[in-house]
Design a protein. Structure first.
Length: 520
């Protein structure tokens, strides 16, 4: 009798377990999160197969039947911004299965790119003041690990991804560009702001583009094809061999450093990549592996409602081959992210390369970044050519970057009138003998030259020569050095351009670098 009762009890428990299971959600749906205002908001997850799922939030209740694999999603109607923390309740087959606490509704921006987007607030010029004032319950930050790759698009983010509330000291770990942008946006709009981190130092655009989209651009197609060949040959045995070589290298370096230390000398200076071990998943460094970071950090967004994306990248795509297709690659990336987030009007604002001693590809990359803005709808670009450090690829002044991006967003995304976020943009060049006259789009802000005229070059007989320049009203006139016929004009066409920056508008915003050649 006792045994029969125990068997009956176990049967009841098992029946209950099959009738109800805990809902699972991507980590972005978790405590302290932010939801996008004024847009339909998608919420999704997994449950028992064919379960009835109900999701309640902000006075709305949405119901759906999961499919045979337990996948489900609902969409909430547009919601107004709300600074009051709310809870989301999720029911499975009529029983409460999940609660998400402390949710706000506001503006959400994705933070993408490489190390200058990854660069933390703790390493910026304004960190002390920023940490002191950053008691911001209405700012939320979704951090995810950037050292996790995935061979296929993932449903969830790398383990440990989570939202945090901006609370003084913890903002030191935020993306600096994201923080300074978000802080000002939160104040100007008077609504909560959420920032979703998806960046990794040294990465090429290829890392952030889905596999299937590489075929759309010659450079990307070739790069992916070469990677696939290397990947096919990268067997577990090859990885073990590479790991053994790495361990031997590190052991030798440690022994050398110990010897130097014992002699009272400093350890050898080595590249930042020296102690990065080979990865069992890829024959290339993580930051050069196509698709895999998109798969792990961006693909899981899967329709998550957001207003826009901030992008700070380009340093790793200024090589002779990649820079040729730079603008095409970028357009493919933007379209891919918009498709992933299910928003073809997702605002995309990016940062033009700062001044820095690099190589000849930087001026061309800047020009391609500018041209991409003109070809991509709902986009904008922050010109920071008047910023930068000669031998430091990571300028510590990220405040200027964030504020310039925010000003663009306020006017072009949020429609605030009376703002002028752009400096002078070349409009037209008229050639006449040994000179040329350049006019600019000025947005009514005037043209100012600071100091002695500089930064202009003219093309004469197939060679670029330093030009003299003069400012007259809202136009600049340039002359060749010795009366040669001028066939082209360019401005700030160099990597380390900061000493040559001369032309601004009356608001202090610098003119964009440009190149122009006369029609033949």
């Amino acid at each position: 009798m006792k045994k029969t009762f125990i068997l009956f009890a176990l049967t009841v428990l098992l029946s209950a377990a099959t009738a109800f299971a805990t809902i699972t959600l991507p980590q972005i749906f978790s405590d302290n999160m932010m939801l996008q205002r004024d847009m339909p908001v998608k919420v999704w997850g997994d449950s028992l197969s064919n379960a009835m799922v109900e999701v309640e939030f902000g006075g709305q209740k949405k119901s759906v039947k999961a499919d045979g694999k337990g996948h489900w999603s609902v969409r909430f109607d547009k919601m107004a911004a709300n600074k009051t923390p709310q809870e989301m309740s999720i029911f499975e087959n009529g029983k409460i299965a999940k609660k998400i606490k402390n949710i706000l509704v506001g503006e959400i921006w994705i933070l993408g790119g490489q190390s200058n987007m990854e660069w933390r607030t703790e390493s910026t010029t304004d960190v002390k003041d920023a940490a002191a004032r950053a008691k911001y319950p209405n700012m939320r930050y979704f951090k995810q690990r950037s050292n996790v790759l995935a061979e296929t698009p993932q449903k969830d983010f790398p383990k440990g991804a989570a939202w945090s509330v901006a609370d003084g000291e913890n903002i030191k770990g935020f993306s600096a560009v994201g923080f300074y942008f978000g802080e000002q946006l939160m104040k100007d709009l008077d609504v909560p702001v959420g920032l979703v981190f998806a960046a990794r130092g040294a990465t090429m655009m290829s890392c952030w583009i889905p596999a299937e989209d590489h075929a759309k651009v010659p450079f990307l197609a070739k790069y992916k094809e070469n990677f696939d060949k290397k990947k096919a040959a990268y067997t577990p045995e090859v990885y073990k061999q590479e790991l053994a070589k790495y361990n031997e290298k590190i052991a030798k370096a440690n022994a050398e450093d110990a010897k130097l230390k014992a002699e009272g000398k400093k350890p050898a200076v080595r590249s930042w990549t020296f102690r990065i071990a080979p990865d069992p998943m890829t024959p290339l460094p993580q930051w050069s592996t196509p698709c895999y970071l998109y798969n792990s950090m961006v693909a899981p967004l899967n329709g998550f409602a957001a207003r826009g994306a901030l992008w700070y990248q380009g340093e790793s795509d200024t090589g002779k081959e990649s820079v040729v297709d730079f603008d095409k690659e970028f357009e493919v990336l933007v379209n891919a992210w918009r498709k992933t987030l299910e928003n073809d009007k997702l605002a995309f604002l990016w940062v033009q390369l700062a001044s820095y001693t690099a190589h000849e590809g930087w001026p061309q990359a800047r020009w391609k970044q500018f041209q991409a803005m003109r070809g991509i709808k709902h986009s904008g670009i922050a010109n920071i050519i008047d910023c930068g450090e000669k031998t430091q690829i990571h300028p510590q002044d990220k405040t200027t970057v964030g504020l310039r991006l925010e000003k663009i967003a306020m006017r072009d995304v949020y429609g605030v009138k009376g703002l002028h976020p752009y400096g002078p943009i070349v409009k037209n060049v008229k050639y006449a003998g040994d000179g040329a006259e350049i006019s600019f789009f000025l947005d009514g802000r005037g043209l100012v030259g600071k100091g002695e005229p500089r930064g202009f070059e003219v093309l004469c007989g197939g060679k670029w020569l330093k030009a003299s320049a003069s400012l007259a009203g809202e136009k600049v006139s340039v002359k060749s050095p010795k009366g040669e016929k001028v066939e082209g004009v360019r401005y700030l066409w160099t990597d380390w351009a900061l000493p040559q920056v001369w032309l601004f508008n009356k608001d202090g915003l610098p003119a964009f670098s440009f190149t122009n050649e006369a029609a033949k």
